[in-house]
Design a protein around this ligand. Structure first.
Ligand code: AQP
Length: 329
Protein backbone atom coordinates (compact mmCIF):
# COMPACT_ATOMS: atom_id res chain seq x y z
CA UNK A 1 0.00 0.00 0.00
CA UNK A 2 1.04 3.63 -0.45
CA UNK A 3 4.03 4.67 1.70
CA UNK A 4 3.93 1.39 3.62
CA UNK A 5 0.59 2.41 5.12
CA UNK A 6 -1.01 -0.55 6.94
CA UNK A 7 -4.28 -1.83 5.49
CA UNK A 8 -7.46 -2.58 7.46
CA UNK A 9 -10.44 -4.51 6.06
CA UNK A 10 -13.70 -5.63 7.59
CA UNK A 11 -17.30 -6.24 6.58
CA UNK A 12 -20.81 -6.69 7.90
CA UNK A 13 -23.56 -8.73 6.24
CA UNK A 14 -26.80 -6.89 5.40
CA UNK A 15 -28.62 -10.04 6.51
CA UNK A 16 -30.82 -8.41 9.16
CA UNK A 17 -31.13 -5.37 11.38
CA UNK A 18 -27.74 -4.74 12.96
CA UNK A 19 -27.38 -5.47 16.66
CA UNK A 20 -25.37 -4.00 19.52
CA UNK A 21 -23.25 -7.18 19.09
CA UNK A 22 -22.25 -6.02 15.60
CA UNK A 23 -21.74 -2.51 16.92
CA UNK A 24 -19.77 -3.18 20.13
CA UNK A 25 -17.94 -6.25 18.80
CA UNK A 26 -16.89 -4.85 15.44
CA UNK A 27 -18.21 -1.59 13.95
CA UNK A 28 -17.31 0.64 16.89
CA UNK A 29 -13.67 -0.41 16.44
CA UNK A 30 -13.61 0.46 12.75
CA UNK A 31 -12.74 4.07 13.64
CA UNK A 32 -9.67 2.98 15.64
CA UNK A 33 -7.29 3.22 12.67
CA UNK A 34 -7.04 6.86 11.59
CA UNK A 35 -3.57 6.41 10.06
CA UNK A 36 -4.34 3.23 8.13
CA UNK A 37 -5.82 2.63 4.71
CA UNK A 38 -9.26 1.28 5.67
CA UNK A 39 -11.71 -0.71 3.53
CA UNK A 40 -15.16 -1.37 5.02
CA UNK A 41 -17.53 -3.42 2.98
CA UNK A 42 -21.22 -4.33 3.08
CA UNK A 43 -20.87 -8.03 2.31
CA UNK A 44 -24.04 -8.76 0.34
CA UNK A 45 -22.54 -11.80 -1.45
CA UNK A 46 -22.15 -13.46 1.95
CA UNK A 47 -25.72 -12.55 2.93
CA UNK A 48 -27.23 -14.71 0.15
CA UNK A 49 -25.79 -17.90 1.68
CA UNK A 50 -29.06 -17.70 3.63
CA UNK A 51 -32.27 -16.94 1.66
CA UNK A 52 -33.00 -13.19 1.61
CA UNK A 53 -36.07 -11.31 0.43
CA UNK A 54 -34.58 -9.19 -2.41
CA UNK A 55 -36.34 -5.95 -1.41
CA UNK A 56 -35.15 -6.37 2.18
CA UNK A 57 -31.58 -7.09 1.10
CA UNK A 58 -31.56 -3.96 -1.08
CA UNK A 59 -32.91 -1.78 1.75
CA UNK A 60 -30.53 -3.23 4.33
CA UNK A 61 -27.55 -2.64 2.06
CA UNK A 62 -28.31 1.11 2.13
CA UNK A 63 -29.05 0.94 5.86
CA UNK A 64 -25.77 -0.81 6.66
CA UNK A 65 -23.75 1.65 4.61
CA UNK A 66 -25.52 4.53 6.40
CA UNK A 67 -24.72 2.89 9.75
CA UNK A 68 -21.03 2.75 8.84
CA UNK A 69 -21.06 6.50 8.28
CA UNK A 70 -23.31 7.22 11.28
CA UNK A 71 -20.99 5.27 13.57
CA UNK A 72 -18.10 7.55 12.69
CA UNK A 73 -16.56 6.43 9.39
CA UNK A 74 -15.86 9.37 7.10
CA UNK A 75 -16.28 8.25 3.46
CA UNK A 76 -13.60 10.76 2.47
CA UNK A 77 -11.07 8.94 4.66
CA UNK A 78 -12.26 5.33 4.42
CA UNK A 79 -13.19 3.22 1.42
CA UNK A 80 -16.85 2.29 2.04
CA UNK A 81 -18.38 0.00 -0.56
CA UNK A 82 -20.68 -2.90 -1.41
CA UNK A 83 -19.02 -6.28 -2.04
CA UNK A 84 -21.04 -7.20 -5.17
CA UNK A 85 -19.98 -3.90 -6.81
CA UNK A 86 -16.41 -5.23 -7.02
CA UNK A 87 -16.57 -8.50 -9.01
CA UNK A 88 -12.97 -9.37 -8.08
CA UNK A 89 -14.29 -10.63 -4.71
CA UNK A 90 -16.21 -13.43 -6.44
CA UNK A 91 -13.33 -14.14 -8.83
CA UNK A 92 -10.71 -14.44 -6.09
CA UNK A 93 -13.25 -16.35 -3.98
CA UNK A 94 -13.39 -19.06 -6.66
CA UNK A 95 -9.61 -19.17 -6.98
CA UNK A 96 -9.21 -19.52 -3.21
CA UNK A 97 -11.84 -22.29 -3.15
CA UNK A 98 -9.21 -24.25 -5.02
CA UNK A 99 -6.70 -23.59 -2.21
CA UNK A 100 -9.07 -24.46 0.65
CA UNK A 101 -9.49 -28.02 1.86
CA UNK A 102 -12.82 -29.77 2.34
CA UNK A 103 -11.72 -30.87 5.82
CA UNK A 104 -10.89 -27.28 6.83
CA UNK A 105 -14.32 -26.01 5.77
CA UNK A 106 -16.04 -28.94 7.50
CA UNK A 107 -14.52 -27.89 10.82
CA UNK A 108 -15.95 -24.34 10.76
CA UNK A 109 -18.35 -23.90 13.67
CA UNK A 110 -20.37 -21.21 11.87
CA UNK A 111 -21.08 -23.69 9.05
CA UNK A 112 -22.21 -26.29 11.57
CA UNK A 113 -24.43 -23.77 13.41
CA UNK A 114 -25.95 -22.29 10.27
CA UNK A 115 -26.53 -25.73 8.70
CA UNK A 116 -28.44 -26.70 11.82
CA UNK A 117 -30.55 -23.52 11.59
CA UNK A 118 -31.14 -23.76 7.83
CA UNK A 119 -31.40 -27.53 7.34
CA UNK A 120 -33.54 -27.03 4.21
CA UNK A 121 -30.87 -24.90 2.48
CA UNK A 122 -27.36 -26.21 3.20
CA UNK A 123 -25.97 -24.77 -0.01
CA UNK A 124 -22.39 -24.83 -1.32
CA UNK A 125 -22.03 -21.09 -0.63
CA UNK A 126 -22.71 -21.62 3.06
CA UNK A 127 -19.94 -24.21 3.05
CA UNK A 128 -17.38 -22.12 1.13
CA UNK A 129 -18.27 -18.83 2.91
CA UNK A 130 -14.80 -18.75 4.61
CA UNK A 131 -12.88 -18.84 1.31
CA UNK A 132 -14.93 -15.90 0.00
CA UNK A 133 -14.17 -14.13 3.29
CA UNK A 134 -10.47 -14.91 2.76
CA UNK A 135 -10.77 -13.38 -0.73
CA UNK A 136 -12.38 -10.21 0.70
CA UNK A 137 -9.44 -9.77 3.04
CA UNK A 138 -6.53 -10.88 0.82
CA UNK A 139 -7.71 -8.83 -2.17
CA UNK A 140 -6.60 -5.64 -0.42
CA UNK A 141 -3.32 -7.02 1.00
CA UNK A 142 -4.86 -6.50 4.43
CA UNK A 143 -2.69 -6.33 7.55
CA UNK A 144 -5.43 -6.01 10.21
CA UNK A 145 -9.00 -7.32 10.38
CA UNK A 146 -11.16 -5.92 13.22
CA UNK A 147 -13.81 -8.57 14.02
CA UNK A 148 -15.75 -10.09 16.92
CA UNK A 149 -14.31 -13.25 18.40
CA UNK A 150 -16.89 -15.40 16.58
CA UNK A 151 -14.99 -14.69 13.35
CA UNK A 152 -11.59 -15.75 14.73
CA UNK A 153 -11.79 -19.25 13.26
CA UNK A 154 -12.58 -17.89 9.78
CA UNK A 155 -9.68 -15.49 10.07
CA UNK A 156 -7.29 -18.26 11.02
CA UNK A 157 -8.42 -20.12 7.92
CA UNK A 158 -7.82 -16.98 5.80
CA UNK A 159 -4.27 -16.88 7.19
CA UNK A 160 -3.75 -20.56 6.31
CA UNK A 161 -5.10 -20.03 2.78
CA UNK A 162 -2.78 -17.02 2.26
CA UNK A 163 0.22 -18.96 3.55
CA UNK A 164 -0.66 -21.98 1.39
CA UNK A 165 -1.01 -19.87 -1.78
CA UNK A 166 2.25 -18.04 -0.98
CA UNK A 167 3.95 -21.39 -0.35
CA UNK A 168 2.97 -22.69 -3.79
CA UNK A 169 3.39 -19.50 -5.86
CA UNK A 170 5.77 -17.28 -3.87
CA UNK A 171 4.87 -14.11 -1.92
CA UNK A 172 1.48 -12.98 -3.22
CA UNK A 173 -0.69 -12.10 -0.23
CA UNK A 174 -0.05 -10.35 3.06
CA UNK A 175 -0.98 -12.75 5.88
CA UNK A 176 -3.54 -10.78 7.95
CA UNK A 177 -3.80 -10.43 11.74
CA UNK A 178 -7.10 -10.28 13.63
CA UNK A 179 -7.92 -7.27 15.83
CA UNK A 180 -10.32 -8.47 18.52
CA UNK A 181 -11.21 -6.01 21.30
CA UNK A 182 -10.83 -7.04 24.96
CA UNK A 183 -14.34 -5.88 25.83
CA UNK A 184 -17.33 -6.48 23.60
CA UNK A 185 -15.64 -9.38 21.83
CA UNK A 186 -18.84 -11.39 22.18
CA UNK A 187 -22.19 -9.91 23.19
CA UNK A 188 -24.67 -12.60 24.17
CA UNK A 189 -28.41 -12.97 23.64
CA UNK A 190 -30.56 -11.27 26.31
CA UNK A 191 -32.97 -14.22 26.32
CA UNK A 192 -30.42 -17.03 26.21
CA UNK A 193 -27.12 -15.62 27.52
CA UNK A 194 -25.07 -18.69 26.58
CA UNK A 195 -25.79 -17.99 22.87
CA UNK A 196 -24.34 -15.17 20.75
CA UNK A 197 -26.56 -12.15 20.08
CA UNK A 198 -27.34 -12.52 16.36
CA UNK A 199 -29.19 -10.28 13.94
CA UNK A 200 -31.03 -13.31 12.53
CA UNK A 201 -32.34 -14.43 15.94
CA UNK A 202 -36.12 -14.89 15.47
CA UNK A 203 -36.79 -13.66 19.04
CA UNK A 204 -36.63 -9.83 18.91
CA UNK A 205 -36.46 -9.63 22.73
CA UNK A 206 -33.15 -11.50 22.67
CA UNK A 207 -31.54 -8.80 20.57
CA UNK A 208 -31.02 -5.05 20.95
CA UNK A 209 -30.87 -3.49 17.51
CA UNK A 210 -28.73 -0.40 16.94
CA UNK A 211 -31.80 1.40 15.62
CA UNK A 212 -34.23 0.39 18.38
CA UNK A 213 -35.90 3.42 19.98
CA UNK A 214 -35.05 4.24 23.64
CA UNK A 215 -38.27 2.76 25.10
CA UNK A 216 -37.73 -0.52 23.26
CA UNK A 217 -34.10 -0.70 24.39
CA UNK A 218 -35.11 -0.14 28.03
CA UNK A 219 -37.92 -2.70 27.83
CA UNK A 220 -35.55 -5.34 26.40
CA UNK A 221 -32.95 -4.77 29.13
CA UNK A 222 -35.61 -4.91 31.86
CA UNK A 223 -36.64 -8.33 30.53
CA UNK A 224 -33.09 -9.65 30.15
CA UNK A 225 -32.63 -13.15 31.59
CA UNK A 226 -30.39 -13.17 34.69
CA UNK A 227 -30.24 -15.56 37.70
CA UNK A 228 -31.71 -15.99 41.17
CA UNK A 229 -28.60 -14.73 42.98
CA UNK A 230 -28.49 -10.96 43.52
CA UNK A 231 -24.81 -10.03 43.28
CA UNK A 232 -23.50 -8.12 40.29
CA UNK A 233 -20.36 -10.08 39.43
CA UNK A 234 -19.23 -12.78 36.99
CA UNK A 235 -19.37 -16.45 37.89
CA UNK A 236 -20.78 -19.85 37.10
CA UNK A 237 -24.47 -19.69 36.12
CA UNK A 238 -24.28 -15.88 35.94
CA UNK A 239 -23.91 -15.55 32.15
CA UNK A 240 -26.81 -13.09 31.93
CA UNK A 241 -25.30 -10.68 34.49
CA UNK A 242 -21.83 -11.15 32.97
CA UNK A 243 -23.25 -10.13 29.57
CA UNK A 244 -24.88 -7.02 31.06
CA UNK A 245 -21.57 -6.16 32.76
CA UNK A 246 -19.77 -6.49 29.40
CA UNK A 247 -22.28 -4.20 27.71
CA UNK A 248 -22.09 -1.66 30.55
CA UNK A 249 -18.30 -1.78 30.46
CA UNK A 250 -18.23 -1.24 26.67
CA UNK A 251 -20.38 1.87 27.01
CA UNK A 252 -18.70 3.40 30.09
CA UNK A 253 -15.12 2.09 29.97
CA UNK A 254 -15.52 0.85 33.58
CA UNK A 255 -13.80 -2.32 34.82
CA UNK A 256 -15.62 -5.28 36.43
CA UNK A 257 -14.38 -4.20 39.88
CA UNK A 258 -15.73 -0.68 39.38
CA UNK A 259 -19.09 -2.03 38.20
CA UNK A 260 -19.40 -4.45 41.14
CA UNK A 261 -18.55 -1.62 43.57
CA UNK A 262 -20.92 0.86 41.89
CA UNK A 263 -23.89 -1.54 42.15
CA UNK A 264 -22.98 -3.26 45.45
CA UNK A 265 -26.19 -2.15 47.10
CA UNK A 266 -28.40 -2.18 44.01
CA UNK A 267 -30.71 -4.98 42.88
CA UNK A 268 -30.76 -6.48 39.39
CA UNK A 269 -33.65 -4.21 38.39
CA UNK A 270 -31.62 -1.07 39.02
CA UNK A 271 -28.58 -2.48 37.24
CA UNK A 272 -30.61 -3.49 34.17
CA UNK A 273 -31.99 0.06 33.94
CA UNK A 274 -28.50 1.53 34.25
CA UNK A 275 -27.33 -0.70 31.38
CA UNK A 276 -30.36 0.35 29.31
CA UNK A 277 -29.57 4.04 29.94
CA UNK A 278 -25.90 3.87 28.89
CA UNK A 279 -26.81 1.91 25.75
CA UNK A 280 -29.54 4.43 24.84
CA UNK A 281 -27.06 7.30 25.23
CA UNK A 282 -24.31 5.49 23.26
CA UNK A 283 -26.67 4.80 20.36
CA UNK A 284 -28.57 8.11 20.35
CA UNK A 285 -26.11 10.04 18.10
CA UNK A 286 -25.74 7.03 15.78
CA UNK A 287 -29.50 6.77 15.31
CA UNK A 288 -29.88 10.51 14.74
CA UNK A 289 -27.15 10.63 12.11
CA UNK A 290 -28.42 7.43 10.48
CA UNK A 291 -31.93 8.93 10.13
CA UNK A 292 -30.46 12.02 8.47
CA UNK A 293 -28.37 9.94 6.06
CA UNK A 294 -31.22 7.62 5.08
CA UNK A 295 -33.15 10.64 3.84
CA UNK A 296 -30.37 11.30 1.30
CA UNK A 297 -30.22 8.21 -0.90
CA UNK A 298 -28.35 10.07 -3.65
CA UNK A 299 -25.51 10.76 -1.23
CA UNK A 300 -25.36 7.09 -0.16
CA UNK A 301 -25.26 6.03 -3.83
CA UNK A 302 -22.43 8.42 -4.50
CA UNK A 303 -20.48 6.98 -1.53
CA UNK A 304 -21.09 3.43 -2.83
CA UNK A 305 -19.97 4.33 -6.33
CA UNK A 306 -16.83 6.14 -5.30
CA UNK A 307 -15.99 3.40 -2.76
CA UNK A 308 -16.38 0.66 -5.38
CA UNK A 309 -14.13 2.54 -7.83
CA UNK A 310 -11.40 2.94 -5.23
CA UNK A 311 -11.71 -0.67 -4.02
CA UNK A 312 -11.62 -1.97 -7.62
CA UNK A 313 -8.38 -0.07 -8.25
CA UNK A 314 -6.59 -1.90 -5.39
CA UNK A 315 -8.32 -5.20 -6.20
CA UNK A 316 -7.07 -5.02 -9.82
CA UNK A 317 -3.48 -4.81 -8.64
CA UNK A 318 -3.80 -7.97 -6.55
CA UNK A 319 -5.73 -9.81 -9.25
CA UNK A 320 -3.16 -9.13 -11.95
CA UNK A 321 -0.48 -10.58 -9.64
CA UNK A 322 -2.66 -13.60 -8.83
CA UNK A 323 -3.50 -14.28 -12.48
CA UNK A 324 0.16 -14.10 -13.46
CA UNK A 325 1.18 -16.47 -10.66
CA UNK A 326 -1.52 -18.96 -11.63
CA UNK A 327 -0.53 -18.98 -15.30
CA UNK A 328 -3.76 -17.49 -16.64
CA UNK A 329 -3.20 -16.03 -20.13
N1 AQP B 1 -22.81 -10.92 19.35
C1 AQP B 1 -21.71 -10.40 18.86
N2 AQP B 1 -20.74 -9.93 19.67
C2 AQP B 1 -19.60 -9.38 19.17
N3 AQP B 1 -19.36 -9.25 17.83
C3 AQP B 1 -20.30 -9.70 16.99
N4 AQP B 1 -20.38 -9.73 15.64
C4 AQP B 1 -21.55 -10.29 15.28
N5 AQP B 1 -22.26 -10.63 16.35
C5 AQP B 1 -21.51 -10.29 17.44
C6 AQP B 1 -19.35 -9.19 14.76
O1 AQP B 1 -20.00 -8.33 13.82
C7 AQP B 1 -19.29 -8.36 12.60
C8 AQP B 1 -20.22 -8.52 11.46
O2 AQP B 1 -20.87 -9.77 11.56
P1 AQP B 1 -21.52 -10.38 10.26
O3 AQP B 1 -22.64 -9.55 9.81
O4 AQP B 1 -20.47 -10.61 9.24
O5 AQP B 1 -22.02 -11.80 10.63
P2 AQP B 1 -22.17 -12.61 11.92
O6 AQP B 1 -20.91 -12.70 12.71
O7 AQP B 1 -22.74 -13.92 11.50
O8 AQP B 1 -23.21 -11.71 12.71
P3 AQP B 1 -24.67 -12.06 13.11
O9 AQP B 1 -25.25 -10.85 13.77
O10 AQP B 1 -24.70 -13.32 13.93
O11 AQP B 1 -25.38 -12.26 11.72
P4 AQP B 1 -26.26 -13.44 11.20
O12 AQP B 1 -27.35 -13.61 12.22
O13 AQP B 1 -26.76 -12.99 9.86
O14 AQP B 1 -25.39 -14.64 11.10
C9 AQP B 1 -18.27 -9.51 12.70
O15 AQP B 1 -16.99 -8.96 12.93
C10 AQP B 1 -18.72 -10.28 13.90
O16 AQP B 1 -17.62 -10.87 14.57
Amino acid sequence: MLNDQKVVFSGVQPSGNLTIGNYLGAMRNFSAFPDHKCFYCVVDLHAITVRQVPADLRRRTYETLALYIASGLDPEKNVLFVQSHVPAHAELGWILDCYTMFGELSRMTQFKDKSAHHADNINAGLFTYPSLMAADILLYQTDIVPVGIDQKQHLELARNIAARFNGVHGETFVVPEPYIPETGMKIMSLAEPTAKMSKSDPNPNAVVYILDDPDTIMRKFRRAVTDSDCTICRGEGKEGIANLMTIYSCCTGKSDEEITAEFSSAGYGKFKEAVGEVVIEALRPVRQEWTRLMADKAYLEQVMKSGAEQAAYYARKTMSKVRRKLGFV
